[in-house]
Design a binder for this molecule. Structure first.
Ligand code: ADP
Ligand code: MG
Length: 296
């Protein structure tokens, strides 16, 4: 290999806003035929805001937001940020104190707020505590999801209490980025822990086929999705931003981290995109291939 050509490649990468871990990374980009994209924070902005509050009969809306918001104040999840921010604005008096907070990976959060044992997260989390959503709440939940929102269930003291709907927005640059991946012969796959309806809504907005949506994946299982594709003979690039994505990024033949993401994701990756613009990832693959062509 010609060290100079590689140097030129990595130098040009820096200009584009791509940090390359080492020249050997360029080689792995050559055979990549699949790009797995994390949804939240990668394809979408990851900045969610509260869109709706739906309560069970007899439950006060403000109370629900206050209890859920206090709990979510301890979580870094984008859903949590949206809920906590909304609760804080609705209640200038300050959020109640929380004891025994616990994050349940890929499902939600739990803790004692104002003496109530509160759960916020996927309906599965509530179901684990026999707090199944009532048909009315389930309907509100499903409708919000079908509408492209992300709904989370709220329960406390042994009963389902309501549904909070937050919405994330697809980055303006994502659809074009995905078109560029396709031009390079890469098949895009959308991977998320979020529910299938929301994932499909995002996929449709950016031009990813329904068959290429893998949703409701627990954080620890994201890496298995990458392994499965590799077992099918695919050479996989993975783009992610979260702590949840680190193992999958490391497993992928080429790991790309959003510079706007977590340190864990950046450390596990081969390439870091300085901005949150997914188009740069496609440009990075193109650049790496071109650089290799020069070497050969
Ligand atoms: P993603 O892959 O979209 O980044 P995660 O694996 O982090 O999602 O979470 C999966 C799902 O678990 C979320 O879509 C949400 O329904 C639920 N969840 C996780 N953390 C929280 C939280 N702090 N509050 C509410 N729900 C949560
Ligand atoms: Mg994420």
């Amino acid at each position: 290999a010609t060290p100079t050509a590689l140097m030129v490649g990595t130098g040009r990468g820096a200009q584009l806003g791509i940090l390359i871990k080492g020249p050997e990374v360029l080689e792995s980009t050559r055979r990549v035929d699949t790009v797995v994209l994390d949804k939240t924070g990668t394809v979408t902005t990851g900045r969610m805001s509260l869109r709706d509050v739906v309560v069970a009969e007899g439950v006060d809306e403000r109370e629900l937001l206050r209890l859920a918001g206090a709990l979510e104040d301890f979580s870094e999840h984008p859903i949590a940020r949206a809920v906590a921010d909304a609760a804080r604005s609705a209640d200038p008096g300050g959020l109640p104190s929380v004891e025994d907070f616990a994050n349940v990976e890929g499902l939600g959060v739990q803790g004692v707020v104002d003496g109530h044992a509160v759960l916020v997260g996927r309906p599965r989390l509530l179901a684990d505590w026999s707090q199944h959503l009532s048909p009315a709440l389930q309907k509100a939940f499903d409708e919000a999801q079908a509408d492209g929102g992300t709904a989370v269930a709220v329960g406390w003291d042994g009963a389902d209490r309501g549904v909070l709907v937050v919405a994330d927005t697809v980055k303006e640059t994502s659809a074009e980025a995905i078109a560029r991946f396709r031009e390079l012969g890469l098949r895009p796959v959308l991977l998320t822990g979020d529910n299938r309806a929301t994932a499909l809504s995002v996929a449709e907005q950016v031009g990813i086929a329904e068959d290429d949506v893998v949703a409701e994946v627990l954080p620890a299982d994201k890496v298995d999705v990458v392994k499965r594709l590799q077992a099918e003979g695919r050479v996989v690039a993975m783009v992610g931003d979260g702590v949840n994505d680190a193992a999958a990024l490391a497993q992928a033949d080429l790991g790309l981290a959003m510079g706007t993401g977590t340190d864990a994701a950046i450390q596990a990756s081969d390439l870091t995109l300085v901005s949150g613009d997914l188009r740069v990832a496609a440009d990075g693959v193109r650049l790496a291939r071109r650089t290799l062509t020069i070497i050969r």
